[in-house]
Design a binder for this molecule. Structure first.
Ligand code: R5P
Length: 294
C-alpha cells in the first residue's frame, strides 16, 4: 500500500491525491531556521513503506527544492522501500540548454539532485522539455494535463471558439486541445531575446478570429508577457472573448492583474501551483499514475 507524504508546497494537492487513492498520509513538520535554512521532519516512521512524496517547486523555488530533497533523504534513511518523487511543477525546467555560451543547464542538475537524494522514481506534470527527463538517472515520467485543460474548456459556453497557442512550444498543446473540442487552432511564433528577456511575436498559423471566442493555451504563465502579447494581437484582429488556460500558473508580480486589465476575460490554471486561478485539479492524473506503481 502506498503512503502519501504531502510536502509543504503541495499539502492540499497531496491530501487530494491520497483521497483519490484511499492512501495513508504522513504529515510533514517544517520550519525555517533564523539564518534561512530549511528544516523538515516526518511525523511518523515510514520504514518498509512505499512512499510518494508530493512537492511542487514553484517560488520560492530553491526553498521548495531543498525541502523536497531533504524529505526524500529523510524518507530513505528511515528505511522506506520505494520513494516516488512527485513534482507537479518542476523548477528550472525552462533552462534546458545553454542559450548563451557558458550557461548552466539548470534542469539537468536539478534532476540529478533528486536522484542523488534517494528517489527511486520521478513523476512530473507537463515539464517544459520532457526529453530532459533522460538526465534523471531514475525512471521518470511526464504526465500530461492537457486533457484536463480541454475538459475545462468543454464545460464553458464558448461562442464559435478557436484555440490559439502563443508560441511554437505550446502549438502541440493547442492542437491537442482543439482536437478534443473538435475545432480549429492557430499559433504564434515567439522570439525571446536571450539577454534582455524581451519578447516579440508574429502569427505563424493564422485562423479567422473575428467575433469568435479564443481559448489561449500555454504551459506556463510567469510574468504574463507572452499571453498578454498574444491576446493583444488576437483582440486587434477582432476576437470576441479571450479565455486563457495554462498548466502552471506561476503568476509572478502583478501578472494576474495585468491579464485581467488587458483582456477582461477568464483565466484558469491547474493546481500544480496553488493560485487564485488554480481551478483545474490534476489530482486524478497523479493518483492514476501512482495506482499503476502500487
Ligand atoms: C515559454 O516557452 C513558456 O512556454 C511560456 O510561454 C513562458 O514561460 C511564459 O512566460 P511569461 O509569462 O513570463 O511570458
Amino acid at each position: 500500500m502506498l503512503t502519501i507524504v504531502p510536502g509543504p508546497a503541495s499539502r492540499d494537492l497531496g491530501i487530494e491525491v491520497a483521497k483519490c487513492l484511499g492512501a495513508d498520509v504522513v504529515d510533514v513538520e517544517y520550519r525555517r531556521f533564523p539564518d534561512g535554512e530549511s528544516y523538515v521532519r516526518l511525523t511518523l516512521n515510514v520504514e518498509n513503506r512505499d512512499i510518494a512524496v508530493i512537492q511542487s517547486t514553484y517560488p520560492p523555488q530553491d526553498t521548495h527544492l531543498i525541502q523536497l530533497l531533504l524529505l526524500i533523504q529523510a524518507i530513505r534513511s528511515q528505511g522506506a522501500k520505494k520513494v516516488i518523487a512527485v513534482v507537479p511543477y518542476m523548477a528550472y525546467a525552462r533552462q534546458d540548454r545553454a542559450f548563451r555560451p557558458h550557461e548552466a543547464v539548470s534542469i539537468a542538475t536539478v534532476l540529478r539532485l533528486i536522484n542523488y537524494a534517494g528517489a527511486s522514481e520521478l513523476l512530473t506534470v507537463n515539464i517544459h522539455q520532457p526529453e530532459m527527463l533522460r538526465n534523471a538517472g531514475i525512471p521518470a515520467q511526464n504526465l500530461e494535463a492537457t486533457g484536463e485543460i480541454g475538459q475545462y474548456l468543454k464545460g464553458l459556453d464558448l461562442k464559435n471558439p478557436v484555440v490559439y497557442a502563443p508560441d511554437s512550444k505550446a502549438a502541440k498543446m493547442a492542437e491537442e486541445t482543439a482536437a478534443m473540442l473538435n475545432i480549429s487552432y492557430g499559433w504564434m511564433q515567439k522570439r525571446r531575446d536571450p539577454v534582455t528577456g524581451k519578447i516579440s511575436m508574429k502569427e505563424e498559423k493564422a485562423v479567422n478570429v473575428e467575433g469568435r471566442d479564443i481559448a489561449l493555451v500555454d504551459d506556463i504563465i510567469s510574468t504574463g508577457d507572452t499571453v498578454v502579447m498574444a491576446a493583444e494581437i488576437l483582440k486587434e484582429r477582432g476576437a470576441r472573448n479571450i479565455i486563457v488556460a495554462c498548466i502552471h500558473p506561476l503568476l509572478i508580480g502583478n501578472a494576474y492583474e495585468r491579464l485581467i486589465a488587458t483582456m477582461a476575460m477568464r483565466i484558469a490554471g491547474t493546481n500544480t501551483i496553488p493560485s487564485k486561478i488554480s481551478c483545474i485539479t490534476i489530482a486524478p492524473i497523479i493518483a492514476e499514475a501512482l495506482r499503476k506503481r502500487i
